[in-house]
Design a protein around this ligand. Sequence first.
Ligand SMILES: Cc1cc2nc3c(=O)[nH]c(=O)nc-3n(C[C@H](O)[C@H](O)[C@H](O)COP(=O)(O)O)c2cc1C
Length: 199
Amino acid sequence: MTRTLVMLNGSPVRGSSVDLLLQAMAAGAEEAGGRATHVYCNELAIKPCQACGPDATSGYCIFEDAMDPIYAALESAHAIAVGSPIYFDTVSAQLKLVMDRCNCVTPLTRAPGGGFEFRPKWARTRRGVFVTACSAAHPHDLAERSVRGFLKWVGAKWEETLAWRHEDEDPGSVATRPELIARARAIGKRLIESPPLEP
Ligand SMILES: Cc1cc2nc3c(=O)[nH]c(=O)nc-3n(C[C@H](O)[C@H](O)[C@H](O)COP(=O)(O)O)c2cc1C
């Protein structure tokens, strides 16, 4: 079966630095014989998580919307890349909507003997990476922490962050840094070539 790299892109700008890095990652994944699915979160109609509580549905979510194909893509993903610009020190709202709605991949569930437990819907076998862009003067550690927690929740393990920390305000300015584009491509290739993680 062809391995798929699922890429969640939280930037609202097509051709932005995050977009260009993810596109390079997709090219690397395809070079390795895999496939890349690029999800532009900004272009989807996604309702925010309602914190509906344990056992609210036997499916993923009480809503049926643009999240449905994302759940399916994440479930069959070989690896996951999460991309976002830094907005007020964390990920963009477009990505955060998707992240919150994935809480139900490891839902709080009533335990057979009483009480509650988090029960993952699938094993943690996927490798994960974070791709970001921000001002050179600002940190991206809060966003990375958030993304690492998210990756764990959707059956993945964070392995590295690729950050374009820039002085300029030009959309897509990472194109002036071929070594970062090459690194993104190499990461995409590595993610597809690497075996699944032991659960
Ligand atoms: C609403 C908003 C909030 C932002 N907040 C931050 C911030 O806290 N720290 C930072 O370094 N850059 C911040 N920026 C700048 C973007 O992170 C930066 O321009 C980034 O490179 C955009 O990536 P993209 O072009 O790939 O979407 C903000 C931009 C916007 C639109």
